[in-house]
Design a protein around this ligand. Structure first.
Ligand code: ZN
Length: 625
């Protein structure tokens, strides 16, 4: 996933879930929770686990409901008497066994606000090993994974749109499953949608609309449940290379295909670094602006926000990031959300290597430095001694989304870069390639990685590295690589001088623009900001990263009145949390809570639950202070 949580959101959810965690302890958590090594799943895979899913779904836009059946192929120990699934925000109609559909008496546990309800299905003695467990169910309109977009929230404005977001523990809100990243399954699906719409999944996909609204899917490589994904809407396809293509609403299709023209090249470059791409095709779908993240690495089909359609290909590092996940995350997966840095730190490192190979070191250094600054801010915000600044996290009893900070992404990538510098690039690349190859289609823990690291890199070449400090200690170790960028040094000088004169911006990339805006002096006057705005049309830029940085600076430096129309239009036209949270936070910090509330009231229905809940918490907490 590409997106990190903003600071204020982190502390608010932390507070909220600390309260929840305390409540759970008081009412004695169910035994299932302690019976698995994954604190975020009720399942007991060592007794019985689902290995393959056949899903049949009907998509009802009118009542915001998925209705259907999940047929699970089950592997059970000889003495297993039941199989345990995770469910949340759904209604279970009935459960049957085998082709004869013999009904069985299932039970649903008490609702846990974070983990949902445990579904226990007895495994009757007459059941043959080949008999599937069939769970008939309907999702609730508030199911957290499901983004139901009204027609006016789409680009075409004619048909509604649905997308799912499973990571971290939301797949259980649309499929009854054993929702742990440590468990892998294969699946097929048959999805029926209203006429004129196309369905696509993290699987082999159609490239044209079907006549009858019925679509069939197959994912033959085993994946963890959080990577099952579905999108339904007025979707069309355009090829950009032999193995790559773009899905989007028809009005966006050409623009998207142009923006992502480099996808095939990226794919070949990635394979050149760390070995063959194991998933067949690599396509990307541009979702409606309500999608809460930058991108989500659903296998074979990256889900992406339309806010990266900058019109100048300047934000394609996001594609490099999601593509890199085809190795780190999807091929080799974190076993629990405490090991999240194995997914994201590796992916950020890999993303930069792709960007360096394609666009050069200069360009990549700027990207790295922008993110390094964000990492320093994150550590300052969390506190350098905070346990949440360790790579290996302890998220038991908390929402795994709280682990979605710059630590997993940026400290994780810095750790790998330190190892690269210690070993030399050639040895490190061979080591990483072997890591992916030896662990493909498995889920791994931090400890698995450290053992492999010692044996295949450190001990092998007799190298020393402060590995335990990096992984298990808070803060940033003294040998953290600090990225340098000459181009950024020049930008910083121009930002300091911006009080007196306009910058010379010839040859600037969007990275330089973002860095310039973020480094404008604190004491710069609103008049000066207006002159910059008039000269460079910053409030009207089509680059969402730059617009977000500019609007935040404008709010915090007293230039809000002038940019308010653009701010309102930005906040009501997209739901990407990376942009929403800093802007709402800036409004709160500068005493503009009423304005923040009135914008949110207009925008709320167009945000996905992930974003709407984050903003709502922020504004509620601000109101109580
Ligand atoms: Zn990611």
């Amino acid at each position: 996933m590409k997106n990190t949580m903003t600071k204020l959101f982190a502390v608010l959810t932390l507070m909220a879930f600390t309260v929840l965690a305390c409540q759970q302890e008081q009412k004695a958590p169910e035994t299932e929770k302690t019976a698995t090594s994954d604190p975020h799943s009720f399942s007991r895979p060592s007794e019985a686990r689902g290995t393959h899913l056949d899903l049949e779904l009907y998509v009802h836009f009118d009542r915001k409901e998925l209705e259907g059946v999940a047929r699970w192929t089950v592997e059970a120990a000889a003495d297993a008497t039941e199989i345990v699934f995770d469910t949340r925000q759904m209604h279970i109609d009935r459960v049957t066994v085998g082709e004869a559909e013999n009904p069985v008496d299932f039970t649903l546990g008490e609702e846990d606000p974070l983990l949902g309800q445990v579904l226990r299905v007895p495994l009757p003695e007459y059941r043959k090993p080949s008999d599937k467990i069939n769970i008939y169910y309907r999702t609730l309109p508030e199911a957290a994974a499901l983004g139901w977009m009204e027609p006016e929230m789409t680009a075409g404005k004619k048909l509604p749109f649905l997308f799912t977001q499973g990571q971290a523990i939301l797949t259980r809100t649309w499929i009854p499953c054993q929702d742990s990243p440590g468990l892998r399954i294969t699946y097929t699906a048959q999805v029926t949608v209203p006429g004129g719409m196309m369905a696509v999944m993290s699987a082999e996909n159609p490239q044209e609309k079907s006549g009858d609204g019925v679509y069939s899917f197959r994912m033959e490589q085993p994946i963890p449940p959080y990577l099952i994904a579905l999108a339904v809407g007025d979707i069309a396809f355009k090829s950009v290379g032999p193995r790559t293509g773009v899905y989007a609403e028809p009005v966006l299709l050409d623009k998207a295909a142009w923006e992502f023209a480099d996808m095939e090249n990226m794919l070949t470059t990635a394979e050149g670094l760390y070995g063959p791409y194991d998933w067949g095709r690599y396509d990307l779908i541009v979702l409606p602006p309500g999608f809460p993240f930058g991108g989500m690495e659903n296998p074979r089909l990256t889900f992406a926000t339309p806010t990266i359609l900058a019109g100048d290909r300047s934000l394609v590092s996001l594609v490099a990031h999601e593509l890199a996940h085809s190795w780190s995350g999807n091929l080799v997966t974190n076993a629990t959300w405490n090991d999240f840095w194995l997914n994201e730190g590796f992916t950020v490192y890999f993303e930069r290597r792709i960007m360096e190979a394609l666009y050069g070191l200069d360009y990549t250094n700027m990207l790295e430095l922008l993110e390094y600054r964000e990492l320093l801010d994150e550590i300052e915000y969390l506190g350098p001694e905070s346990p949440d600044t360790r790579l290996k996290l302890d998220l038991a009893g908390r929402d795994p989304d709280e682990g979605m900070t710059d630590i997993a992404y940026q400290k994780g990538a810095a750790f790998l870069k330190m190892l690269e510098q210690t070993a030399g690039r050639e040895r490190f690349d061979a080591f990483l390639k072997a890591w992916f190859d030896k662990h493909k289609f498995t889920s791994v823990t931090t400890e698995d990685f450290l053992a492999f690291l010692r044996e295949n890199l450190l001990d092998k070449y007799q190298l020393e590295a402060n590995v335990d400090e990096w992984v298990y200690q808070p803060g940033l170790p003294g040998n953290c690589p600090v990225p340098e960028s000459d181009r950024f040094s020049k930008v910083e000088a121009q930002a300091r001088a911006a009080m007196e004169k306009l910058p010379d911006t010839s040859g600037w990339t969007s990275h330089e623009w973002v860095h310039f805006v973020r480094n404008l002096p604190k004491e710069i006057s609103p008049q000066r900001l207006q002159e910059l705005d008039r000269a460079f049309q910053l409030s009207n830029t089509g680059n969402s990263e730059l617009l977000a940085a500019w609007l935040e600076t404008a709010i915090r430096r007293g230039y809000l009145a002038e940019v308010q129309p653009q701010l309102e239009s930005f906040l009501t036209s997209m739901g990407r949390r990376r942009f929403l949270m800093p802007l709402y936070t800036a409004l709160v910090d500068t005493g503009e809570l009423d304005l923040a509330r009135s914008i949110f009231a207009k925008a709320k229905d167009s945000y996905h639950a992930v974003s709407a809940n984050s903003v709502e918490k922020l504004l509620d907490e601000a109101g109580q202070q």
